[in-house]
Write a protein that binds this ligand. Structure first.
Ligand code: HEM
Length: 442
C-alpha cells in the first residue's frame, strides 16, 4: 500500500509538534461579538498561523495556533449543515459533557473560572516557544491582529512557563511520551510503537478503524483539521506531598510510592526500565526514557502498576479491555503558577497547575474514553475500585494497588489532587479552512 502523505502545508504546526523543552506558552480566549469582525479576525490571523512544514531550524519549536469552539463557529455564521457535521461532543461543548468527564463537586462547571465553560469562549489563540523572548515575538504577531479589531474582545489569558527541571507542579519530568504518526515526519518517542495512522490525529486521512473516516463538511473545513481539548487543571501540591508522607513507612519510601503512582520516577526515568531506584541519566535520555512496553516482562505490574498514571493513559501492549491503538492522543502539558517550595506541606493559597492540551481526531473515543474509562475507572485492567492516583477524581474512598511479592501493597483513601478549573472543546482548522471561514458570505 502507498505511504500516506500528510498535507503539512495546510496543517497547523500546533497539531503535530511535541511541545518544546524548555518552553513558554500563552493561551488567549477571544469572543466574537460581531460576525464580520470575526471573519476579518480569521483573515488577519491566517498569515500568523504556522504550518507544519518543517523549517529546518529551531523555529520549528515556535508556533501560533488558532482554534474555534462550536460557539465560535456559530458566531462566524457557519451554515447550519456544516455545524451539524461536527461531532456531537464538540457541538455540546466541554461543560455539557461534565458527567462523562467526571467534572463534579469542586470540578463541576458551576465552579469553573469565568469565562471558561460559558458561551463566550469562541476562539483560542495559543503561542508556544522554547523561551520567553521567542514567545513574546510570536504572540505579539497575533495580538496585533486582534487588538483594536471591532467586534472582537480578548476575555481571558493564561501564561505558562517551564518549571525547574522541566517538571510539572507535583515534581515529575513532563513532556516525554509522544506518539509516532505515519506520514508526519516527526519520530515518536517509543521505538517499540508501530506508527499510528494519521487519521487518528488529523481529519481527512485513514485512521486505525477506517480508510475514509467521516470529516466535517464541506471537505475544505474538515480536512487537515483536528479536535483540541484544553483544560486548566489546578494541582493540590501540598496535599499530594502530605499523602506520600502519610503512606510511606519511612521517608525514603515516599519517592518509591510517588514513582509507583506515576509509573516514572521524578526524573522521568520509567519504572519499566529501572524499577528499584531513580536514574537521572535515563530520565533525561530522550532515546531511552520512553523505549519500553509492559506485557512481556511485567504483565502483573510488579514494576509499573496497572493503575499508575502512565500505564492507565497509555497501556501500550498490556492486556486490557479494548484496543489501545484507538484510544491514543497527542498530549501537551504546560505549567502555570510558581513551584511550591521544596518541603512545604501546607497549601500557600497560590493557584498552580497544568494547562492540559489534547490533540486528536475523535473527542469521544479518544479523550472522553480515556478520561472516563481509564482515568476514572479501573475495570479495564481488572484493578480495584478507584481512579488514577495522580489525576483522577478521587473522593477519598479510592484505593491504589502496588503489586508486590508476597502480597500487594494497597494505598487507601485517595484524595483528589487535581481540580478542573475549566476548559473547552475546540476545532483547529487547516489553513485553507481558516481562509474559508474568513471568506464566508452568508
Ligand atoms: C494535572 C494533571 C496531570 C498531571 C500532573 C500529569 C502528569 C503527567 C506526567 C508527569 C506524565 C509523564 C511524562 C510524559 O510521558 O510526557 C504524563 C503522561 C501522560 N499523561 Fe498525564 N498528567 C495529568 C493529566 C492528564 C490528563 C487529564 C490526561 C488525559 C485525559 C493525561 C494523559 C497522559 C498521557 C496520554 C500521558 C503519556 C502516557 C504514555 O504514553 O506513557 N494526563 N502525565
Amino acid at each position: 500500500m502507498a505511504a500516506i502523505v500528510l498535507d503539512l502545508n495546510d496543517i497547523q504546526r500546533g497539531v503535530l509538534r511535541p511541545r518544546p523543552a524548555p518552553y513558554a506558552a500563552t493561551y488567549v480566549l477571544l469572543r466574537i461579538d460581531d460576525r464580520s469582525g470575526g471573519r476579518e479576525l480569521m483573515r488577519r490571523l491566517r498569515p500568523v498561523v504556522d504550518s507544519a512544514t518543517p523549517l529546518g531550524n529551531s523555529d520549528n519549536d515556535t508556533w501560533v495556533s488558532v482554534a474555534l469552539s462550536y460557539q465560535g463557529l456559530k458566531a462566524l455564521g457557519v451554515p447550519q449543515a456544516t455545524l451539524d457535521s461536527f461531532s456531537t461532543e464538540f457541538r455540546q461543548g466541554m461543560a455539557a459533557r461534565a458527567e462523562s468527564l467526571g467534572d463534579s463537586g469542586e470540578s463541576s462547571p458551576e465552579h469553573w473560572e469565568r469565562p471558561l465553560g460559558s458561551t463566550d469562549v469562541h476562539v483560542v489563540v495559543t503561542a508556544v516557544a522554547p523561551g520567553v523572548p521567542q514567545l513574546e515575538a510570536a504572540f505579539e504577531r497575533a495580538r496585533k491582529r486582534y487588538q483594536d479589531l471591532k467586534g472582537i474582545a480578548a476575555i481571558w489569558r493564561q501564561d505558562c512557563h517551564v518549571l525547574p527541571g522541566e517538571r510539572e507542579a507535583f515534581g515529575f519530568k513532563d513532556g516525554i511520551s509522544h506518539p509516532a504518526i505515519e506520514g508526519s515526519g516527526i519520530p515518536g518517542t517509543n521505538p517499540h510503537e508501530r506508527p499510528l495512522k494519521p487519521g487518528e490525529f488529523v481529519l481527512g486521512y485513514p485512521d486505525e478503524m477506517s480508510e475514509a473516516p467521516q470529516v466535517p463538511q464541506p471537505d475544505i473545513i474538515g480536512r487537515n483539521g483536528s479536535y483540541i481539548v484544553f483544560r486548566k487543571l489546578h494541582q493540590r501540591v501540598a496535599e499530594f506531598r502530605r499523602y506520600l508522607k502519610a503512606n510511606a513507612a519511612a521517608p525514603e519510601e515516599e519517592e518509591f510510592i510517588a514513582a509507583k503512582m506515576m509509573g516514572r520516577w521524578r526524573s522521568g526515568a520509567p519504572l519499566a526500565l529501572c524499577p528499584m531506584h531513580d536514574d537521572l541519566a535515563l530520565g533525561s535520555d530522550a532515546l531511552r526514557n520512553n523505549a519500553f512496553l509492559f506485557k512481556e516482562d511485567d504483565a502483573i505490574g510488579y514494576k509499573t502498576p496497572g493503575g499508575s498514571h502512565i500505564r492507565r493513559m497509555n497501556p501500550r501492549d498490556s492486556t486490557v479491555a479494548g484496543v489501545v491503538r484507538i484510544h491514543r492522543m497527542i498530549r501537551r502539558g504546560t505549567s502555570y503558577g510558581p513551584l511550591l517550595p521544596e518541603g512545604v506541606l501546607e497549601d500557600d493559597g497560590v493557584d498552580r497547575g497544568l494547562m492540559f492540551a489534547f490533540v486528536g481526531a475523535h473527542l469521544g473515543r479518544q479523550f472522553e474514553f480515556i478520561q472516563s474509562e481509564w482515568m476514572n475507572d479501573s475495570a479495564f485492567f481488572g484493578g480495584s475500585p478507584g481512579g488514577d492516583p495522580v489525576s483522577g477524581t478521587g473522593d477519598g474512598t479510592g484505593t491504589f494497588d502496588i503489586p508486590r511479592r508476597p502480597i500487594r501493597q494497597r494505598l487507601r483513601g485517595l484524595p483528589q489532587f487535581v481540580v478542573t478549573r475549566g476548559g473547552e472543546y475546540c476545532f483547529m482548522p487547516g489553513l485553507r479552512a481558516l481562509e474559508w471561514l474568513g471568506n464566508l458570505t452568508t
